[in-house]
Design a protein around this ligand. Structure first.
Ligand code: KG4
Ligand code: ZN
Length: 342
């Protein structure tokens, strides 16, 4: 019998719900972004995020069911992200999930958002082939709040070998975009603008590139700020070719650090599979560079489609499926944990 899981994700500024069949087939994956409401503040305003989640959660869940052509009665379990994330945002999804699970008398499954990002890789094509020999794999998890290299030896068997000591990769993208006044969130904007620029125009620093597996990105961000200040154009922001060259060079510096360390880690630990995860894995330069370098080293790279890289609920359903199979369901006193670790 097929297992149908309704999954809910509200850890940040996306209200999302999905129906996933057997941990692999996405029947629906509905995402409502709040970016329009936060944009003018240049970042997420937690209070606005919570309020918007409350407005959107029920219609989004209904849309997920309708799109999947199922009803509440068809569900086998309800999964929900319970951390890490914004506490007020998490509580909205968690309350909805608890109510549904309680009313239907079906299991509630609390999912770690970071694990969910990694499990987006369980939803990609070639499923049967990949899943049977997916472990072990090295995951580069890069999002707005986290940057880490994780050895994934099996379900619930993680070994974090590197993490950022300051800014997360996505945070660096967002902060640089904010400084340059080019919009929010910075990642997708810089990605798009960089296509017009020369990534070799400015040789920004690549901190710790050959040093261990931890990351440090705040230095690259500062290098961009210093570069702009030196140009003495603080009163009028750089534009045109100057601007696209700056962002392309900044992006290349971040990508070089991420790719170099990932490949080195795979070789050092003798891992043949690499899995990209998290919002920054939507970055076209990162995707292309990692694939190219991995190919040279005869490493296999899994890269989820864009919609599964940034926050979504299908990845939560994928993770939950394996928890359910292991009987690792949650009790109704499951709490939202803002700083939940992997
Ligand atoms: O995983 P995610 O959606 O939310 C968190 O869990 O943080 O990641 C959001 C981050 C933001 O910092 C955003 O700027 C970045 O992912 N991002 C990108 C791209 N798309 C999203 N960064 C670089 N290039 C992109 N195309
Ligand atoms: Zn995320």
């Amino acid at each position: 019998m097929a297992v149908l899981i309704l999954s809910i994700e509200t850890s940040c500024d996306e209200t999302a719900a999905a129906v996933v069949k057997d941990g692999q087939e996405i029947l629906s994956n509905i995402i409502s972004s709040q970016v329009e409401f936060h944009k003018k503040y240049g970042g997420i305003v937690p209070e606005i995020a919570s309020r918007k989640h409350i407005e959107m959660i029920n219609p989004i869940i209904q849309e997920a069911l309708d799109t999947a052509k199922v009803t509440f009665k068809d569900l086998d379990a309800v999964a929900v992200t319970h951390g890490p994330g914004l506490i007020g945002s998490l509580i909205v999804g968690l309350s909805a999930a608890k109510s549904i699970a309680y009313a239907l008398n079906i299991p509630l499954i609390g999912v770690n958002h970071l694990e969910a990002h990694i499990y987006a890789n369980f939803l990609i094509s070639n499923f049967e082939y990949r899943i049977s020999n997916i472990f072990p794999f090295l995951s580069l998890l890069v999002s707005g709040g986290h940057t880490m290299l994780v050895l994934v030896e099996g379900h619930r068997k993680y070994k974090v070998i590197g993490r950022t000591r300051d800014d997360a990769a996505g945070e660096a993208f967002d902060k640089v975009a904010r400084f340059l006044n080019i919009g929010y969130p910075g990642g997708p904007i810089i990605d798009k603008m960089s296509k017009e620029g020369n990534p070799k125009a400015i040789n920004f620093t690549r901190p710790m590139i050959n040093d261990g597996f931890d990351f440090s990105f705040s230095g690259i961000k500062t290098a961009v700020v210093n570069h702009i200040n030196k140009l003495s154009v603080v009163s009028c922001s750089p534009k045109g070719e100057l601007l696209v060259n700056i962002v392309a060079s900044f992006q290349q510096a971040i990508v070089d650090v991420l790719v170099t360390k990932t490949i080195r880690a795979a070789k050092q630990y003798n891992y043949k599979n690499i899995a990209l995860a998290g919002g920054v894995s939507a970055n076209s330069c990162l995707r292309a560079n990692l694939e190219e370098k991995a190919k040279k080293e005869k490493l296999d790279v899994m890269i989820p489609p864009l919609v599964l890289c940034t926050d979504n609920a299908a990845m939560v359903g994928a993770r939950a499926y394996y928890l359910l199979k292991e009987g690792k369901t949650s009790s109704f006193d499951l709490e939202a944990v803002a700083n939940l670790r992997l």
